[in-house]
Design a protein around this ligand. Sequence first.
Ligand code: ADP
Ligand code: MG
Length: 694
Amino acid sequence: MKIAEIFGSEVFNEAVMKEKLPKETYKALKKTIHDGKSLDITIANTVANAMKDWAIEKGATHYTHWFQPMTNITAEKHDSFIVPTEDGHVIMEFSGKELIKGESDASSFPSGGLRDTCEARGYTAWDPTSCAFVKDGTLCIPTAFCSYNGEALDKKTPLLRSMEALSKQAVRILRLFGNENVKRVTTTAGPEQEYFLVDKKYYDERKDLLYCGRTLFGAPAPKGQEMEDHYFGALKPRVCAYMKELDEELWKMGVHAKTKHNEAAPAQHELAPIFNTTNVAVDHNQLTMEIMKKVALRHGLVCLLHEKPFAGVNGSGKHNNWSMSTDTGVNLLDPGKTPAENAQFLLFLAAVIKAVDKYQGMMRVSVASAANDHRLGAAEAPPAIVSIFLGDELQAILESIINGTAYHGVDAGKMKLGVHVLPDFPKDNTDRNRTSPFAFTGNKFEFRMLGSTASVADPNVVLNTIVADALESYADRLEGVEDLTDAVHELVRKTMRDHMRVVFNGNGYSDEWKAEAERRGLLNLTSTVDALPQMIEQKNIDVFVKHGVYSESEIRSRYEILLENYSKAVNIEALTAIDMVRKEYLPAISAYVSDLSDTVLAKKGVSEAIPCTAEITLIAKLSKYTDAMFKTADELEAAGKAAAKLSGLDQAKAFRETVLPLMEELRTYVDSAEVLTADEYWPVSTYGELLFKV
Ligand code: ADP
Ligand code: MG
């Protein structure tokens, strides 16, 4: 197979457009894509027709507006191209109107009260900056999803708005540095995706995996990840075959799947694409997650994307590599080689540092979910405290700027921005410690708090918006100054002085850091329930409203949705735990106890002198655990019912404070019983089978 030939074969990309569209149409469409100009309906008609013909050649019979509601997954409603003719036949049609705008009954998607059911209709609008593609016989058109009043009901709309906001401010800064060519600045993202693969046979035995995506019970296997023999280890043939097919499927869809390897935990793997414009990267990550699951089934495997499928071994995250790039191809977080480039770089860097410090609460919110709570701060993922890693070299440079002191790599006197050339500071290898939530890695930042299931849209919306805000404050300050070099120098110096507290190069997993972060006044929001109220702090609402990314009602609705999602997720877990205990674990352990009791009776029947200590001890211990399980399951049920009567933040708090601890307690009884129960009685697959039998 020739990779170059299959790459993008299912995508209506620029090459296809160029081939299939009349020259004028192609030019107009390109203008729309690159400059964000709106599209004329006659042009849309021509594009739609060409898209349809191309899709039909690819075997498509339907089209769908493919969108991303507030569920972390994508939604699609398929319409066929058929139009009946008078003579009883059909023709295949697809109009510009159908391409540009779709109507959708929005009432079954989360809206957080934005939309009454009486006006339940929403609409989807084509995003021409992300290419259409054919998937399973359907032409998929990436779209934004809004209510009839234009309020965003999805993840793409705010993302596009935030990219616009950042572009506007970044271009202002570039103009100050004399750059007149750049028309747009886009943000780029490269999300590295972690996942687990388990055998479907073992998956099917577990209701917790089916309903919750993670195991709620399970004693550790004799072996975990302590040998450190899985990370970057040779791929098992079955995993290798899976990854090969996954790559091919992704390539066909135009996703630049680049790197694949085993991760730290047994059965854990990672896939990283080459970075792309953020909204395309987000779409591609959604596609990647979907295709990962689909391809796994073809190999008798199930792909688990949950943040913490197994207790005791590492969970899965998603590293969001992020930068800003001009339409002329310059990465604005690249230090550059001349004094002017260096000064510009340090200004953009300062903007990121200021933004992340000032809006650390929103950074934390952007990765908050019930599932991710099991990872953050658990010494396998970054802590819940947002801080920035710069590396020793870059930090030393910034400190010499703050203090007006000489920097050892710079010969002539004091370190002065825009005058000296920065010394080469290589991508800092000390960062292999991986404990920093937000690390500068040479020419981009790597945001490492994201969970593996979540859409990468939210963290990018936050990053784009808060950096736009910092850049705006800089542009306001610098436009019209006489000595730009001096003013930039002062601004960077002031920013660093005010925001250096967020910079931390040490071990983020350590307890000392928690204490130190508290002294520095940084937020440590350990759970989603603690983090979410940040969303409705006035300062945080203001920055999104100011840059046109969210209206106040959009933010408030999202706050409601996230609280609800949290409560729902924990409630489903609690119900599943109760179900498994009552219908699976209790009967199974009782059966074993019953057989043990029969054995004791049989032995005693032969002779009172035959020892039965093992059986009797086991019966006693297991009976203690089953009683405790029974009682705790009842308590858990009551706690869940009590929480269900509440709403909003109170409800989420109740789930966190009363329901989760009881689930944990219940688990200890089941797991203790598991290690004492004979294999043949145990009703579900074990950690050993799930983690080691692929
Ligand atoms: P790591 O050491 O973490 O593996 P890599 O250099 O391999 O780092 O990059 C990891 C990810 O970062 C890849 O997806 C890569 O495409 C992405 N990346 C590289 N440059 C940029 C950039 N300018 N903007 C966004 N992502 C980037
Ligand atoms: Mg990385």
